[in-house]
Design a protein around this ligand. Structure first.
Ligand code: ADP
Length: 378
């Protein structure tokens, strides 16, 4: 078999093709070639050609045919290819297991979908090169290199997409500033949507880049008084809390820990920001509590907001993951992934306990060495 994994991408979205290529381009082992086809001629040329395709991705928005016809043609001509379907976010969110029997997996047409799909392609690609990818029994060293792969991937996506995205934003600005009169009302509306989505993409990329930087930097640990840190975060949210009638209470004195101050400020800010964002109907009460358990400190941030169902409790710490209950609330799903990364940078763990409708408590643990304990009692 050809060592290179051949992917046929049936889509007329140049942006998605660019993202997919960027996601796959930095695979340290190389080995994935994406052929994009955007019209009927190119599609039929490809599926009837001599070329071997391991994976076929079909975007369900084809200008020249309906996706079922495309999928049926692929299944008939390429029965051995893995068939993936890209659909609108709302359809993917319904979690319909399979939209057509021939389709192996369905992904939302957004950055999270493309990242997840590229992950699968990389796995298939690695499997074709006879690497062992048994998840249950990873070989020694496999985990480490998978982590490095992921770090490189995150960096390359967030870094390499900045330039084309900024260019697109600049073009949209030019359209807005210099051609507004010519666009008319419907054109201006479309441009508004375009600018909104470009800005959202920029925010997501910035968060991804932040995440990537947190992955590669070791924390600058110094004694940090968490009481002062909490006061600082409370100040940041003071006006919002006044507006919504919410409060932040410290249940007991928080410790002084040897941690990276900037990272911990971010951690507290993300967790308290989420408690505010996902508040319920009743007045918001946030309580922060510290507890020493053997050689680690546990800090809990409790709210009385909308809560999270058990099935989502682990998933939400992944990149771009959001609970179904977050529909209608702004956000990209990177905040908790960043929190998890910060806590892991300090050799700790983070988890959530929640009762839907009754609030959540996000708890993180930080192991503390003797030295830090001395600072605490000083
Ligand atoms: P974002 O806030 O941008 O959606 P996060 O990564 O910070 O992303 O959070 C991931 C998801 O976890 C949120 O979309 C939401 O579903 C859930 N979540 C986080 N914090 C809370 C909270 N305090 N109460 C309820 N749900 C929460």
């Amino acid at each position: 078999m050809n060592a290179e994994t051949q992917v046929l991408f049936v889509s007329n979205s140049a942006a998605d093709e660019l993202v997919l290529n960027t996601l796959l381009a930095r695979d340290p082992d190389g080995g994935t070639l994406v052929t994009a086809v955007a019209d009927a001629q190119a599609f039929y040329d490809a599926v009837y050609s001599e070329r071997h395709f391991h994976i076929i991705i079909v975007d369900d928005r084809q200008g020249w045919s309906d996706w079922k016809t495309v999928v049926t043609a692929c299944a008939r001509q390429r029965p051995n290819a893995l068939l993936l379907l890209l659909v609108a976010e709302e359809i993917a969110a319904q979690q319909v297991p399979v939209l057509a029997a021939e389709v192996a997996a369905v992904y939302p047409r957004n950055s999270a979908g493309l990242v997840a799909m590229s992950r699968l392609i990389r796995q298939v690609s690695a499997r074709d090169r006879n690497f062992s990818l048994h998840r249950d029994h990873p070989k020694a060293g496999t985990d480490e290199s998978a982590v490095q792969d992921q770090q490189r991937l995150v960096y390359s996506v967030s870094h390499d997409l900045q330039d084309p995205l900024q260019l697109a934003r600049r073009y949209a600005e030019v359209l807005h500033d210099d051609f507004a009169g010519e666009l008319g009302e419907p054109g201006a509306k479309v441009l508004g949507h375009l600018q909104f989505n470009l800005n959202r993409t920029q925010e997501m990329l910035d968060e991804l880049l932040d995440y990537s930087r947190l992955q590669s930097s070791s924390p600058d640990r110094r004694p940090v008084d968490l009481n002062e840190l909490l006061d600082e975060v409370s100040k940041i949210y003071k006006l919002t809390l006044q507006e919504i009638g919410g409060s932040i209470t410290r249940a007991n004195v928080l410790p002084v820990l040897a941690v990276d101050r900037r990272q911990f400020l971010r951690l507290f800010q993300n967790l308290i920001g989420n408690a505010i964002k996902f508040r319920g109907e009743q007045p918001l009460h946030i309580t922060v509590r510290a507890q020493k358990v053997r050689d680690e400190w546990r800090i809990g941030i409790k709210d009385n907001g909308i809560g999270i169902v058990e099935e989502d409790a682990q998933r939400i710490f992944g990149m771009f993951e959001r609970a179904a209950s977050a529909d209608g609330y702004p956000g990209s799903g990177m905040g908790l992934a960043i929190c998890k990364r910060i806590v892991q940078n300090h050799n700790g763990k983070i988890w959530v306990r929640s009762t839907p409708g009754n609030g959540s408590v996000f708890i993180f643990s930080i192991p503390q060495a003797e030295q830090a304990a001395e600072v605490m009692t000083a």
